[in-house]
Design a protein around this ligand. Structure first.
Ligand code: NDP
Ligand code: MG
Length: 387
């Protein structure tokens, strides 16, 4: 039996992970499940899967969680410290699927125990990639990418000479507003931006797909995880979301990864790695697919991409500032305090101001520096939005 924990169990990635492990009850021993606001689902899954402990990130919900777990034998815990402590519980495989930079600390804690961390939480690589990779190396831990594009690149690189990689191309659907006239984008509501043509995901990443802030994050994630320079990483719009990424090698060969848009593929690949086992995902019928379209993203529609390229060149604490400013801008958009098209300018102004003030310089990252930069960038984004 493999001991596994799921951080962010109540979310879209967490629920897809549970779907896979629940199909093989003899295969897994569930250690910790975590959530935040959705205490009812957390408790239900923890009882159903026989978890050791259920943790809500929201300290005020401990009584609710205790009540929901009463008599089940599952321990209840709440708050940030309890979340980090859950990462200390011995496990062979841990899914990191909390949304936002809140996923960084539990992920780092888990790596200290030499575990295998399936990383969906792209924010932790964007904020603190070098810190995460160094922690994994120090403790002999393994990080497996779960973001579909990065899982695709990882799979295309199996058995290959990484020195022969010329370029990595990650695809993006262009999001729910891809075909809107440019001049109408400023009117988009959170509901309109929160609808995705192909993928069924959490609300925040769906809106980030419409702005392509998600792809911007993934460009940085590619640089951090695969250690490639910015000029070797590109993105292309592929409306069908069937090709997830492509790797071009020195001999001109382009290795593409195709599959149905179902996150259970990338999650299952990480769960079964280094083996491949049957997964309950649709198989592609290429004759029915018939066409695969690709085109370059327009800079005016997706300004987040240029910001990501700046961050990739700038390094230091710019990723932490970029992610936090983006999260704050998204909160402001969800609160209807700024427009859809205001998000990128807010992030750009935060980056410019922090760069001018010397706040992005760091020869070596530390967790304290990253968390401080995160707080600073969020506060600046909120202040800029008020002016
Ligand atoms: P969801 O919003 O669906 O779920 C987020 C999870 O994090 C929930 O369990 C939620 O709890 C929990 N959570 C929210 N806020 C906090 C907090 N402050 N502290 C601790 N836990 C918290 O997100 P997704 O599943 O869509 O995404 C999860 C991660 O995976 C993100 O980093 C995303 O970028 C990445 N990802 C997602 C993909 C997808 O298809 N969904 C694809 C590739 C990457 P609760 O619901 O109980 O409030
Ligand atoms: Mg992705």
């Amino acid at each position: 039996m493999r001991r596994i924990s799921i951080f962010g169990a109540t979310g879209s990635i967490g629920q897809n992970t549970i779907d896979l492990i629940a199909r093989d009850p003899e295969g897994y021993d569930v250690v910790a499940l975590t959530g935040a606001g959705n205490v009812a689902r957390l408790a239900e899954d923890a009882v159903r899967l026989g978890a050791e402990v259920a943790v809500t990130a929201d300290a005020d919900r401990l009584d609710d969680l205790r009540t929901a777990l009463a008599g089940s034998g599952v321990e209840a815990a709440a708050g940030a410290d309890a979340l980090a402590e859950a990462a200390d519980r011995p496990a062979d495989w841990i899914m990191s699927a909390i949304v936002g930079s809140a996923g960084l600390v539990p992920g780092l804690r888990a790596l200290r125990h030499g575990t295998t961390l399936a990383l969906a939480n792209k924010e932790s690589l964007v904020c603190a990639g070098p810190l995460l990779l160094a922690e994994a190396a120090r403790h002999g831990a393994t990080i497996l990418p779960v973001d579909s594009e990065h899982s695709a690149v990882f799979q295309a690189l199996v058995g290959e000479d990484r020195a022969a990689v010329e370029q990595v191309i990650i695809t993006g659907s262009g999001g729910g507003l891809r075909d809107w006239p440019l001049e109408r984008l400023s009117e988009a509501t959170p509901e309109e931006a929160g609808t995705h043509p192909n993928w069924d995901m959490g609300q925040r990443i769906t809106i980030d797909s419409a702005s392509m802030f998600n792809k911007a994050m993934e460009l940085i994630e590619t640089k951090e995880f695969f250690g490639l320079p910015a000029e070797r990483i590109d993105t292309v719009i592929h409306p069908q979301s069937l090709v997830h990424a492509l790797v071009q090698f020195a001999d001109g060969a382009l290795m593409a990864h195709l599959g149905a848009p179902d996150m259970r593929h990338a999650i299952g690949y990480a769960l079964n790695w280094p083996e491949r086992r049957h997964l309950p995902v649709d198989r592609l019928d290429l004759a029915r697919v018939a066409c695969l379209d690709f085109h370059s993203p327009e800079a005016a529609r997706y300004p987040a991409l240029d910001l990501a390229r700046w961050v990739m060149r700038r390094g230091g604490l710019s990723g932490a500032a970029f992610n936090a400013a983006k999260e704050a801008a998204l909160d402001l958009f969800l609160d209807r305090a700024i427009r859809f098209t205001d998000m990128a300018p807010v992030v750009e102004q935060v980056l410019e101001a922090m760069d001018r003030a010397g706040c992005l310089d760091a020869a070596e990252l530390s967790l304290d520096m990253v968390l401080q930069t995160d707080r600073d960038a969020r506060a600046r984004a909120r202040a800029i939005a008020q002016t």
